[in-house]
Ligand binder design. Structure first.
Ligand code: HAM
Length: 422
């Protein structure tokens, strides 16, 4: 009889499995985030993996690439349009308004780590499901919030040994000053329409600022002469930007002012920034963010200024290179040297060890005693208990010393030897 072998299934394009070896490095990112952000008074928040589509249409902006072509949108059984979250800032502002967080001491400082979804062209460092670690401070427009937020990301990347990091900052001003500027920019683009990339031309009215992001040579030439937002800031916005820079200077944080820095989301006002790593290829952006003083209100909440960032976990790891990961400690490996009685007794020893908060592993693959001892050495167990049908032995793997012991006393002996026993 010949069986047809079923085709082997694979994870969807642009997604990946986090295997145990990878997950240890990712946990290092999580614990560094908890340390750095928790230490600055940020508390963790989780929002749903999907939201009403309207949240992103209104929050991220109809004219952005994200909303126009990158969202995973579907209708649920009840006919509602839902979208897998492409980013975290709009959901957090929704949560801020929904839970009346304006009543808490301001700013409310929140951090998050989770997966996000964008239908993008998959390549190294760019995925369709990716993880972001992010931080948002909502409820204060003090420039110290901006400078502190930027520094926290720089510190996090530094702690994780992300290599060749560069910080660029800019200011987009507030919506009022941007209206007048936008008109001048549109006029400039219209005057040079034939030289622009098709993609930029069709979006002149919709999103003229994105022209600064184009790689098209003709467009780049036109943008060299374009009016710059940074020269059109209102006195208040210019003062805010100067204060942010002064604080970064005072903290010894190097940066470049990039007058053409624009970001792919519409909610930004005033400060914007990006951290890139030259250790990465084309997708050099490790993290970025900025201020979004109108977003909460735009989502139906009361006016509350906000500032924050997100960084891609995969890009952090790509740019961090190899880092030694400490193997988890194993206090006790319980080996079996006998029949069914010994197996049951060994099971009980491992269970007792775990109740006493030991990291205990049990033989689960029916190996020979020699194979079990090898496995115990592989996981670097501190003690090995060899449980037999009538008697047992306990081996201290540090000293190599082995003693015969009563099976029931194994856990108590280890605790006593380690000074933990009663
Ligand atoms: P973003 O620049 O779109 O900003 O994304 C932030 C970071 O997420 C990027 O710098 C990159 O490291 C990572 N990232 C984005 N897309 C992908 C992808 N397809 N594959 C892998 N990594 C990716 C935001 O999302 C804003 N919510 C940041 C923010 C927070 N602004 C204010 N608060």
């Amino acid at each position: 009889m010949v069986y047809r072998v079923a085709e082997r299934l694979q994870a969807p394009r642009g997604t990946f499995d986090v295997l145990p070896d990878d997950s240890e490095r990712r946990e290092a990112v999580e614990s560094a985030a908890r340390r750095v952000l928790g230490g600055a008074g940020y508390r963790r928040i989780e929002t749903p993996a999907f939201e009403a589509t309207e949240l992103f249409a209104r929050g991220v902006g109809d004219s952005t690439d994200i909303v126009q072509k990158e969202m995973y949108t579907f209708e649920d059984g009840g006919g509602r349009s839902l979208t897998l979250r492409p980013e975290g800032t709009a959901p957090i502002c929704r949560a801020y308004a929904e839970h009346g967080m304006h009543r808490l001491p301001q700013p409310v400082k929140l951090w998050y780590l989770g997966s996000f979804f964008r239908y993008e062209r998959a390549q190294a460092g760019r995925y369709r499901q990716f993880w972001q670690v992010g931080a948002e401070a909502i409820g204060s427009d003090d420039p110290a919030v901006d400078a502190e937020s930027i520094l926290l990301l720089a510190t996090l990347l530094d702690e994780l040994d992300v290599r060749e990091v560069r910080l660029r900052i800019g200011s987009l001003g507030s919506p009022d000053s941007r209206v007048a500027y936008r008109e001048r920019l549109v006029a400039h683009l219209r005057a040079h329409e034939e030289e622009l990339a098709e993609e930029v031309r069709v979006r002149i009215d919709l999103n003229p600022l994105r022209a600064f992001d184009s790689d098209h040579p003709g467009t780049r030439e036109v943008m060299r002469e374009a009016p710059r937002m940074i020269d059109a800031l209102s006195p208040q916005d210019a003062e805010h930007f100067a204060a942010v820079r002064a604080m970064l200077d005072a903290a010894g944080q190097p940066y470049e002012v990039d007058p053409t820095l624009v970001r792919g989301l519409d909610y930004y006002t005033r400060t914007v920034f990006e951290l890139t790593s030259d250790a990465l290829g084309a997708q050099s952006g490790v993290g970025g963010g900025g201020r979004y003083d109108g977003l909460v209100e735009q989502l139906g909440g009361r006016q509350a200024p906000g500032m924050g960032w997100a960084a891609g976990v995969e890009r952090i790891l790509l740019a961090a290179g190899e880092q030694p990961v400490a193997a988890p400690e194993v206090d006790l490996f319980v080996a079996v040297d006998g029949g069914d009685g010994a197996r049951t007794a060994a099971f009980a020893v491992a269970a007792e060890g775990r109740r006493a908060r030991m990291h205990a592993q049990l033989e689960l693959a029916g190996r020979s005693l020699k194979g079990q001892l090898k496995q115990a050495a592989r996981v670097r167990a501190r003690y090995v208990a060899v449980v037999g049908d009538t008697s047992s032995a306990l081996r201290d793997m540090d000293t190599g010393e082995q003693t015969d012991v009563e099976t029931e006393t194994i856990v108590a002996r280890i605790l006593r030897e380690r000074g933990l026993g009663a």
